[in-house]
Design a protein around this ligand. Structure first.
Ligand SMILES: [Fe+2]
Ligand SMILES: [Fe+2]
Length: 348
């Protein structure tokens, strides 16, 4: 991997907006089960943060007819880095626009990824300052760990579903200075890429939409840092009827410990136990997994990531989650995937 002059211009994933057709239930999921704090309500949106998120919010839930990702924003490492990344996108003929319209954040550069996801870059972010009753005695912690559910510390990463993984990956490498730490290929076709702008294994990943869809969200992940929390969270979700998709187990890809669930609005959420290995080696090569070794890549402990959801369901989805599971029940590796939009049309 040759040196990328933009490396480290992007610091981390700052925030993500989730759309939900069941906003109250989605909010309850993040506050009651995952212990996130509400910091503001405005119109059809509510803003939340984990107890170690540094800014006013990392998650915005907005009422909408369909589940999905409203937008996501990465914070750069300086104002100059933001200008450099903006110039790179603009020189690459990516359409961009400047906005300053989000609570707790300043000037923001909006654009669409190569697959159509609503994305943004920003530098100006207001730090969260806890009122005295929420101040932690642990100085590196912006607020107390709440006594509610099994609280997540912070937002971790985003996984985008795309019709063309390579285009999205190339854009993050070229314009944002990300390096691809790991990828999955099926023959000549890239079907997954894990990309990092810091020492973590990934802040953004991209996986191929097997139904041919564009611009969907696969999942948004929140960080625990402890594998046992994923086991405890699975018990909690089981008892309180939150649909678990897979896990707890450990991915071979990134070595991250995962638990996937569907929040009541229909978006897939990942709880991240240990974050996996850190990328300290400055010239590490991209690790490429092929289909022969994919079982280890997906889950070291043998957990099955279901074909009827994990490889085919993203949001927005033309089918409800239950209908999607019915329609994709017989889809598997090597089989021709049904086209979700056509199924939705046929059942309308
Ligand atoms: Fe993930
Ligand atoms: Fe994962």
């Amino acid at each position: 991997m040759s040196e990328n002059p933009a490396r480290f211009d992007v610091a981390h994933l700052a925030r993500c907006e989730l759309l939900s057709p069941k906003p109250q239930e989605t909010e309850d999921f993040f506050t009651r089960f995952l212990g996130m704090y509400v910091t503001k309500r405005e119109g059809q949106s509510v803003y939340l943060r984990g107890y170690e998120d540094p800014y006013q919010w990392s998650l915005k839930i907005t009422e909408s007819a369909q589940a999905g990702m409203g937008h996501a924003a990465l914070r750069t490492s300086s104002p100059e880095a933001l200008e450099r990344r903006a110039r790179s996108l603009q020189d690459g003929n990516v359409e961009t626009s400047w906005h300053e319209d989000e609570f707790g954040y300043g000037k923001t550069l909006a654009y669409h990824t190569a697959d159509g996801h609503d994305f943004a870059l920003l530098w100006e972010a207001e730090k969260y300052l806890a009122p005295s009753e929420l101040q932690s005695k642990i100085l590196s912690r912006p607020s107390k760990k709440p006594l509610q559910g099994i609280p997540v510390k912070r937002i971790d990463h985003l996984n985008l579903m795309a019709s063309d993984v390579t285009s999205v990956k190339n854009e993050f490498e070229r314009h944002l200075g990300f390096r691809t730490t790991e990828r999955v290929v099926d023959g000549e076709v890239e079907i997954g890429a894990w990309m990092s702008s810091n020492l973590l294994g990934h802040e953004v990943a991209c996986m191929r939409d097997m139904t041919g869809g564009r611009g969907k969200l696969h999942h948004l992940a929140f960080y625990y840092g402890t594998g046992q929390h994923n086991v405890d969270a699975a018990e909690m979700f089981r008892d309180y009827d939150i649909q678990i998709e897979a896990g707890p187990d450990t991915h071979g890809i990134t070595q991250g410990q995962f638990l996937y669930v569907f929040e009541p609005g229909g978006n897939r959420i990942e709880l991240f136990g240990e974050a996996g290995y850190l990328h300290l080696d400055p010239d590490a090569q991209t690790k490429t997994w092929d289909m022969a070794e994919i079982d280890t890549g997906l889950a070291v402990g043998g957990a099955k990531l279901p074909w009827e959801t994990y490889f085919t369901y993203g949001t927005p989805s033309p089918l409800s989650l239950d209908r999607h599971i019915e329609q994709f029940a017989h889809f598997g590796p090597g089989a021709e995937a049904p086209v979700a939009d056509e199924l939705a049309g046929a059942s309308a």
